[in-house]
Write a protein that binds this ligand. Structure first.
Ligand SMILES: Cc1cc2nc3c(=O)[nH]c(=O)nc-3n(C[C@H](O)[C@H](O)[C@H](O)COP(=O)(O)OP(=O)(O)OC[C@H]3O[C@@H](n4cnc5c(N)ncnc54)[C@H](O)[C@@H]3O)c2cc1C
Length: 577
């Protein structure tokens, strides 16, 4: 969608979406006053691509409380972010989830990473010696296993659906920096509102599955459609079906179970993420999104979202029952048995598996001369990665149009991009060499007859080459600036030399005009490409008149012998030239 958005001002863009709605993995269902994101997802306000692409105000974001509640042994231990909420300092230091030194080191990293440049993180400048995120945190930052296992593991398993030692340290650091830099939020209408906003200005065809992609065309729902450029923006698993020589992407899967409950029965009122350390499963993290955004549940009710990371846990056959009993263990004082099961989302491809040996985090969007690729499988698996990838595909596509088209393609919606200028100025391309040196006696129209004057249109030297192929035409249009017409025209009705009546200036060809531009159809006698001169016959222009333009006269377009000529047709006298 971001790619389409970026191409839109320049090209005609159509998005073909296989499913019945926009958003892909960023979709929400809204029903009976509940908002169900299709899998628990959060919006990181710091993402630089989102900031560029989205109107945050329109999303009506509400923030999570920074940090997490760690659910262990029937207790909840709070880890906060004292840099954002100083009141969280003491409880965070006291929480039995790591030594004081570990917490201080994590705090230093949290502060220091804000000063890191995203491009330098991507090129590995800060994580070079670490093979994965766990290595980086333990060896480079010095975080001990207690804090790693209690906080960092479950938190970032939730983010990347894989263990810390399966996460690229650069990708991890980018996410940690974004989480530290600005609030993590939920949009009022659900995470799907993000994609809906991006799609609002784009021509999207829904239920339009693309079955084949070729240079210059695609097959959609049994029809072949031609396009100059094709951008394949499908998810990783769908990609090799369209571009078979692309390697399949391995998936990280997740499952999300939603329960609704009476708001009075909430185990916590905090707008915060609850983490479940350990490998026993099935749940990794829990959240009550209606504590963050009241719009996620109707008045008096609350929504609980519980996430299983399929890639790390054996997903039970009866997900609802297993999730409910795990929730009952976590919240022994809540009557979880009374919670209403609402929905289950199984997402077999939630994110591409991270490749730890990938030298470049940003894969090339160019597949061939006219086919481009984008999506989170090319970069870091996040909304930010997907947006950035779309932006890069659009840039590559536009560049190819410029290079191969020889010029910047015209803006499609130029009328809204540019105001009409209130004045224009042109440099003459040449000058008229004419036998007429004073206005008196110069014919009022270009004429061709026995007495038609011959003259020359002499072009300026910089227009060498511009006369090629003109010699095959019998006539040329010459536009010139009537440089002796200097006074400002105050009356817009004119009495022409023929007839008695006045006419509006634009119903006449009088030389006194608001823009004193002349238009002459002249017979082309000779073209001298070397001297840059046109010999023309039928001149009605004074010697020294600056020439603005020359165009070939094409009878097919320019001659309308049967056209009416208004008041001129009604004149009785003969034209006097
Ligand atoms: C449960 C879950 C939670 C997540 N949480 C977060 C989070 O908190 N923060 C974050 O930053 N990221 C999160 N992500 C990751 C993020 O959603 C993805 O990285 C991002 O949406 C990828 O976008 P994409 O455009 O590359 O692919 P997609 O969103 O998958 O879009 C691909 C589109 O292509 C369409 N398509 C496929 N085949 C065809 C075809 N043949 N013809 C036409 N259309 C086709 C699909 O229907 C789909 O709409 C989460 C993902 C999931 C699943």
């Amino acid at each position: 969608m971001n790619c389409a958005r970026k191409l839109q001002p320049t090209c005609d863009v159509t998005v073909f979406e296989a499913s019945d709605g926009v958003g892909g993995r960023v979709r929400s269902d809204r029903e009976r006053g509940y908002v169900f994101d299709r899998g628990f997802a959060v919006f990181l306000e710091a993402y630089e691509e989102s900031r560029e692409a989205l109107d945050y105000d329109a999303l009506r974001l509400r923030p999570f409380q920074p940090g997490a509640l760690i659910c262990r042994d029937g207790e909840q231990q709070f880890v906060g972010d004292p840099l954002r909420r100083p009141q969280d300092l003491l409880p965070s230091l006291r929480a039995p989830v790591g030594s004081l030194a570990d917490k201080l080191r994590a705090g230093v990293l949290r502060t220091a990473c804000l000063a890191l440049d995203a491009a330098r993180i991507r090129d590995g400048a800060w994580t070079r010696s670490s093979t994965n995120a766990r290595d980086f945190l333990s060896d480079k930052v010095g975080v001990g296993p207690l804090l790693l296992d209690a906080f960092f593991e479950p938190f970032f398993r939730g983010v990347f659906l894989s263990r810390l030692d399966e996460q690229d340290p650069r990708v991890w650091l980018l996410a940690f920096r974004a989480l530290s830099a600005a609030p993590t939020s939920l949009p009022e209408d659900g995470i799907g509102a993000v994609a809906e906003q991006l799609a609002a200005s784009v021509d999207v065809r829904l239920n339009a599955k693309v079955d084949a992609v070729r240079e210059g065309s695609i097959d959609v729902n049994g029809e072949t459609l031609a396009f100059d450029r094709v951008v394949v923006a499908v998810d990783g698993p769908a990609l090799p079906k369209l571009l078979p020589d692309i390697r399949p992407v391995q998936a990280r899967a997740s499952t999300c179970v939603y329960f609704s409950l009476d708001a009075k029965d909430l185990p916590t009122q905090l707008p915060i993420i609850l983490l479940i350390p350990g490998d026993d499963g099935p749940l990794n993290n829990v959240c009550f999104p209606s504590n963050v955004q009241a719009s996620y549940a109707p008045k008096g009710r609350a929504l609980c979202s519980a996430t299983i990371i399929d890639s790390l846990t054996d997903v039970p056959d009866d997900v609802e029952t297993a999730a409910r009993s795990h929730l009952a263990e976590l919240f022994p004082d809540a009557n979880v048995g009374s919670w209403t099961f609402e929905r289950l989302y199984r997402v077999p491809f939630a994110q591409p598996r991270q490749q730890l040996d990938k030298p470049d985090l940003e894969g090339s969007p160019t597949y061939s001369d006219s086919i481009y690729v984008c999506g989170d499988h090319l970069t870091d698996p996040s909304l930010n990665g997907a947006l950035a990838s779309g932006r890069r595909a659009a840039a590559a596509c536009l560049k190819s149009l410029r290079v191969r088209g020889g010029a910047t393609p015209p803006l499609r919606d130029y009328a809204t991009k540019f105001e009409a200028p209130s004045s224009v100025s042109y440099a003459p391309i040449g000058v008229v060499r004419s036998p007429y040196v004073e206005r008196h006696g110069t014919p009022r129209q270009a004429t061709v007859g026995d007495d038609a004057a011959t003259g020359v249109i002499a072009l300026n030297p910089e227009f060498r080459g511009s006369l090629k192929s003109l010699d095959g035409f019998d006539y040329v249009w010459v536009l010139a600036h009537m440089h002796l017409q200097t006074g400002k025209l105050r009356r817009f009705q004119i009495k022409p030399p023929r007839g008695e009546e006045r006419h509006g200036v634009f119903a006449t060809r009088a030389p006194h005009r608001p823009s004193p531009i002349s238009l002459s159809a002249l017979k082309l006698v000779a073209v001298d490409e070397e001297k840059l001169e046109l010999t023309v016959q039928g001149l009605d222009l004074l010697d020294g008149t600056p020439v603005l333009d020359v165009k070939p006269y094409v009878p097919y377009y320019d001659a309308f012998p049967d056209a009416r000529a208004g008041w001129v047709d009604e004149l009785d006298d003969e034209p006097d030239g």
